[in-house]
Design a protein around this ligand. Structure first.
Ligand SMILES: Cc1ncc(COP(=O)(O)O)c(C=O)c1O
Length: 379
């Protein structure tokens, strides 16, 4: 059997909508499907404004521009994340302050954030790993009391909540990704959730090459012109059409991913109970979206052996981020605050299992049998 780690799901309706766009030759950004996707995101997350972007990376870069991050500023984020979380701010000249993670969720340890704040700190960027929320109440309070911006990297977190509120809507800005590995995908793509009125007008302008073209298209101004710095963060309506087809059946996609996640958890619980592996934890305030399922081996050596064993059986299991603070760019552009108690150790233990809409029960069972066989006879 050969089971990939991930396979994007394109329902028939996504293909039909894309064909409609192709036939109509309406391929640019901000047309019908982009607008439908944005309205859908606003109604499902409660964000006052959602703007589709060309990637999750670009929604983070747009956030850094909106936040007016400047050379000399510092931004707090976890080291266990994708390079884009840091790059967006490094591009504006910021220094990154990496703070340790919690071993149970792999998210920023909220109890260590306040100590990392100094006079240069401008923003906190929590990452909701695997669609499991960070401890937002604490982070919102730290940001408020220290007058810092809160920009959520919710790349993996669409339709997940913390205390009943959508992830990506706690900070002034929230960044989503629709890369092909995400729960909902336009191949490449993303969205910026603008949760504060202060950023609404400027977000549209920066996203549209620094012009007020969006206002012009809405008939609010007679002509548009260059008003501000900006870039092109728009997505073709062709990609938006693919995404909208999935949004229409979002609940079905979500349920399937949660079913797979729960299946894995149940099938592997005996290994957790006997102390041989670690499994993901979802704090009681969080409802997750089944984005990632992982097991944790004892250490790096055991993880390498497990990955090799699973791959030899055709199972596309994989590790995840190499902590940014240990990378060449991480050393150049940032520093780790305090002691790395969990980031390196926990990231070295983690193995993600195949999880995608079309994964069959036979394949799920095969994956779990692979892990159970690996641990058979091991103490
Ligand atoms: C936590 C995180 N942040 C940012 C990104 C960047 O998103 P994109 O690939 O859409 O640029 C990703 C994923 O790809 C991610 O997982």
């Amino acid at each position: 059997m050969n089971i990939p780690f991930s396979r994007p799901y394109l329902p028939e309706r996504s293909i039909a909508y894309a064909n409609e766009v192709l036939r109509s030759r309406q391929l640019a950004g901000d047309l019908g499907y982009t607008k439908r996707c944005q309205s859908w995101l606003e109604s499902r997350t409660g964000a006052p404004r959602a703007l589709l972007t060309s990637s999750g990376t670009h929604s983070l870069e747009l956030s850094a521009l909106l936040a007016e991050i400047r050379p000399g500023d510092e931004v707090i984020l976890p080291s266990f994340t994708f390079s884009s979380t840091a790059n967006a701010f490094v591009l504006r000249g910021a220094r990154i302050c990496f703070v340790d993670i919690r071993p149970d969720t792999m998210n920023l340890d909220e109890t260590r954030v306040e100590q990392a704040v100094n006079s240069k700190t401008r923003a906190i960027v929590p990452v909701h790993y695997g669609g499991v929320g960070c401890e937002m109440e604490t982070l919102v309070e730290i940001a408020r009391s220290k007058r810092l911006l809160l920009i959520e990297d919710a790349a993996q977190a669409l339709l997940a909540t913390y205390k009943g509120k959508a992830l990506g809507t706690f900070g002034e800005l929230g960044c989503l990704s629709f890369h092909e590995t995400k729960n909902y995908t336009s191949g490449e793509g993303g969205a910026l959730l603008v949760n504060s009125d202060d950023y609404l007008d400027r977000a549209e302008i920066i996203r549209e090459k620094g012009t007020n073209r969006s206002q012009f298209f809405r008939g609010q101004v007679a002509k548009y012109s260059w008003l501000d710095v900006g870039s092109s963060f728009l997505v073709s309506d062709l990609n938006a059409a693919l995404l909208y087809g999935q949004f229409e059946i979002a609940q079905e996609i979500l349920k399937k991913r949660l079913d797979i996640w729960n299946f894995y958890r149940e099938a592997l619980t005996s290994l957790e109970e006997t102390g041989r592996i670690g499994l993901p934890t979802v704090p009681s305030d969080c409802v997750h979206n089944g984005h990632v399922f992982y097991v944790k081996a004892r250490d790096l050596e055991e993880r390498s052996a497990l990955l090799e064993f699973l791959r030899s059986r055709g199972i596309g299991a994989c590790f995840h981020y190499v902590p940014l603070h240990s990378s060449a760019a991480g050393k150049k552009f940032g520093y780790f605050h305090g002691v790395d108690r969990h980031t390196t150790q926990e990231s070295e233990r983690l193995v993600r299992l195949p999880l995608f809409f079309e994964l069959t029960p036979t394949e799920m069972t095969y994956v779990c049998d692979g892990i159970l066989s690996f641990y058979e006879g091991r103490t």
